[in-house]
Write a protein that binds this ligand. Structure first.
Ligand code: T46
Length: 154
């Protein structure tokens, strides 16, 4: 199905929050005498149709990023160089994931608060997303995020 950024076509929070646990996806590095190659294929390693790719790099020392959730967005974050820590929060449970290899991706569905901390100076974070950029999709207030996830569960 072709997805659009039209909010009228979006599923409800209760629907998108089903099975919403963030999880690491293992890719399969291929090594030979020249070094390594890791491939990620849509539908196989990437559990959604990729509409957008962005890269976070050159993050300054002591800087943290994120501090928001998305109403309706699936993403896969892959650290292709260096390392950083991804904190996820579903409103009840916080988890920390250290991303430090191109061979793993952190899959995050909708309505997960995320913060990224402890970026190494060489950190390059590639993020694949299933929707185009939409600033109205962001929930940047933690109290509002809590209200929305509690409302979806009620
Ligand atoms: C997320 C975490 C992991 C665009 O113009 N297009 C884009 O596709 C994106 C992602 C951002 N932007 C602009 C919006 C801001 O002016 O780039 C600027 C920085 O974005 P932001 O402050 O949202 O960056 P982070 O690192 O806090 O969050 C980003 C993603 O925005 C977000 O979706 O889940 O990385």
């Amino acid at each position: 199905m072709t997805q659009t950024n039209d909010s009228r076509q979006r599923p409800t929070l209760a629907t998108v929050n089903a099975d919403a646990e963030p999880r690491l996806i293992d890719f399969h590095p291929i090594g030979d005498h020249r070094g390594w190659l890791t491939a990620m294929e849509e539908g196989k390693d990437i559990p959604f149709e990729v509409k957008r790719v962005y890269v976070i790099y050159g993050t300054l020392k002591e800087i943290s990023r994120g501090f928001h959730a998305h109403r309706d967005l699936e993403q896969l974050a892959i650290c292709v160089s260096g390392h950083c820590t991804f904190m996820t929060d579903d409103g009840q449970r916080r988890q920390e994931f250290i991303l430090d290899t191109p061979n793993k991706g952190l899959y995050i569905k909708s309505m997960i608060w995320r913060e990224m901390h402890h970026f190494s100076s060489d950190c390059v974070l590639v993020v694949l997303a299933n929707r185009l950029y939409d600033p109205t999709d962001y929930v940047r207030d933690y109290a509002e995020f809590k209200r929305l996830v509690q409302g979806a569960k009620a």
